[in-house]
Design a protein around this ligand. Structure first.
Ligand SMILES: [Cu+2]
Length: 139
């Protein structure tokens, strides 16, 4: 464990940091979660700035999250528009009631939203911008 931490800190200060940062951002979040409260770190999904524009190419970050049954996820809205993370069928924008952040204001975080206990893939979307699509895998 100590050597792993050393390796990470060495990598973190190496010249390749800039390159590694993009791909490791989600790993870093995972590591932070792992050191949180025992047995249940909190997962955070970002709604990035610009994600209200259909042409922006900015979706939920990450757009795929894997959690254990009944875990909670917080959506962090860093955009300047309202968003939701609402489970259901994005193609028809039909909520299925499995989970829903409700409206999350600009630069606000959702309350912790409890995921289903049944293992599976759950698609979700923003009810205001249904082109915003993500998946939660419960396993
Ligand atoms: Cu939205």
């Amino acid at each position: 464990m100590v050597s792993v931490l050393l390796t990470i800190s060495i990598l973190g200060t190496s010249p390749s940091e800039t390159m590694a940062q993009g791909t490791n951002a989600s790993n870093a979040t995972g590591a932070a979660n792992a050191t949180g409260t025992a047995g249940g770190g909190e997962t955070t999904v970002v709604m990035p700035l610009g994600s209200s524009a259909s042409t922006g190419g900015q979706g939920y970050e990450p757009d795929q999250s894997t959690v254990s049954p009944g875990a909670t996820i917080v959506w962090d809205n860093q955009d300047n528009a309202l968003h939701t993370a609402t489970s259901g069928n994005p193609d028809t924008a039909t909520p299925d009631g499995k989970f829903d952040t409700g409206l999350v204001g600009a630069n606000q975080r959702s309350k912790p939203v409890t995921m289903p206990t049944e293992p599976g893939d759950y698609m979700y979307f923003c009810t205001l911008h249904p082109f915003l699509v993500g998946t939660v895998t419960v396993q």
